[in-house]
Design a binder for this molecule. Structure first.
Ligand SMILES: Cc1cc2nc3c(=O)[nH]c(=O)nc-3n(C[C@H](O)[C@H](O)[C@H](O)COP(=O)(O)OP(=O)(O)OC[C@H]3O[C@@H](n4cnc5c(N)ncnc54)[C@H](O)[C@@H]3O)c2cc1C
Length: 390
């Protein structure tokens, strides 16, 4: 496959010199683990005691990784990226809430993003997290097969209702809907509910997409079983394929509670598992749709290669590549320049509420080997290229 991801001209075409400089210093900063630890602690403390740090956060890490505080705020970014063929997925990134009013608010926000998506080619998907619509422990309890109290049953019915409203609205407006995956000990209950939604709303094509975290060694079997059901019952499968974001937490819990970790034994094993899931889906693309959520160049090339082998057009609607806003523009913008479908998650929400998301991004960029140095090398190359041009 032709190597396309080192083209920094296309990768950073939308970044001004100042934005490029800011990105450079930001990645330099978060490359350092101690700095991220100190920065996180100081920021959390400052927000807790209401020091006026929101402006500082906005001007630095927030604006790099987020589209704004509201959906409307995000629109200039959405439009700008779309001039280069890169789409957006508006992601209301407020995490770890437990109140019913917050779940209703998340539903409202997701419905609004479906409205936005309906009107814009630049926003082909909406997205939400299962724990955005229902209490974490409720998912866990259901997944463990424990009996609900009558209050919990009523609470669960409200979760199902929220799912149904959002999937029904997505279906009615012909907007595809991604549902994120989270910790394995709540995911079984989410998988069952999402599969029900696919049964109900994926009869003509994939509207509802679940997420498979391929760092879990049991996910390929899950996909194959779901495929059997889909064939028998006549529904399409939509899947976002990712490696998975909760590895440390998963391994720690498995060790503490003394069960076999659901995580693959090595990075290589995860990579093989990821490739196999993509291959399986491409082999059955007539009844499936893929959203490949990855910053891994090799995985992206492999998917491009499979598409070429099967004579699948690069812009086939059933296949999207996905990255997060603020990361791996070299993959997103170069794919789009070669006519592939690309959508970047564009997080939004109040600065304070988006902090856990931002902290995870900073930590991920510190811990993912090679990721930050790749970003830094590409940004450096582009800065040098522009200087020589001046
Ligand atoms: C658009 C998009 C949507 C996403 N949605 C979700 C989601 O819904 N749920 C979710 O959990 N994550 C999600 N993620 C995050 C994703 O799961 C990964 O954490 C992240 O993308 C890094 O993986 P990679 O494929 O990009 O890159 P790589 O750098 O190639 O892979 C890093 C990943 O490999 C795995 N890994 C690393 N070391 C080991 C090891 N020793 N053993 C086993 N596995 C290992 C881990 O999953 C790690 O995150 C999403 C990412 C994107 C881009």
């Amino acid at each position: 496959m032709e190597k396309i991801f080192n083209n920094t001209v296309d990768a950073f075409a939308l970044k001004s010199d100042t934005e490029l400089d800011r990105a450079y210093f930001l990645f330099k900063l978060i490359a350092s683990e101690p700095l991220v630890k100190i920065g996180t602690a100081v920021t959390n403390f400052a927000l807790k005691v209401h020091l006026p740090v929101e402006g500082l956060i906005r001007a630095t890490v927030f604006d790099h990784f987020c589209g704004g505080t509201t959906e409307e705020d995000c629109l200039p970014v959405v439009d700008k990226m779309f001039t280069k063929g890169v789409c957006s997925v508006l992601d209301y990134s407020v995490e770890a809430k437990e109140a019913e009013s917050e779940f209703d608010k998340a539903l409202e926000k997701t419905l609004k993003t479906i409205e936005f998506a309906k009107e814009r080619k630049a926003i082909p998907f909406a997205v939400f997290k299962p724990t955005g619509f229902g209490r974490f422990d409720l998912w866990v309890k259901l997944g463990e097969g424990k009996t609900f109290t009558s209050e919990e049953t009523a609470e669960w019915n409200r979760v199902v209702e929220r799912f149904d409203i959002v999937c029904k609205t997505a279906h009615a407006n012909d907007v595809a809907l991604l549902i994120d995956a989270e910790e394995s000990w709540m995911q079984d209950a989410a998988d069952d509910l999402v599969a029900d939604m696919m049964r109900k709303y994926n009869n003509e094509k994939a509207i509802v997409y679940n997420t498979l975290q391929m760092y879990r060694w049991d996910r390929l079997d899950y996909l194959k079983k779901l495929h059997e059901q889909a064939k028998q019952e006549g529904f399409y499968i939509g899947m976002k394929i990712v490696r998975g974001a909760y590895m440390e937490k998963e391994n720690k819990r498995a060790e503490e509670l003394g069960y076999i970790s659901p995580i693959c034994v090595s990075k290589e094993a995860t990579d093989i598992n990821y490739d196999e899931a993509i291959k399986y889906m491409i082999d059955h693309i007539d009844s499936m749709a893929i959203f490949a959520g990855t910053h891994n160049e090799e995985s992206s090339y492999k998917l491009m290669e499979l598409m070429a082998q099967k004579n699948i057009a690069s812009n086939d609607k059933r296949i999207y590549f996905g990255q997060l806003y603020g990361m791996s523009d070299n993959i997103s913008f170069n794919l789009a320049a070669h006519n592939y479908n690309v959508a970047k998650y564009l997080p939004f929400g109040p600065v304070r509420d988006v902090m856990p998301y931002l902290i995870r991004r900073a930590e991920e960029n510190t811990s993912v080997a090679g990721q930050t140095s790749r970003e830094l090398n590409l940004i450096s190359a582009e800065r040098k290229r522009r200087k020589l041009q001046d």
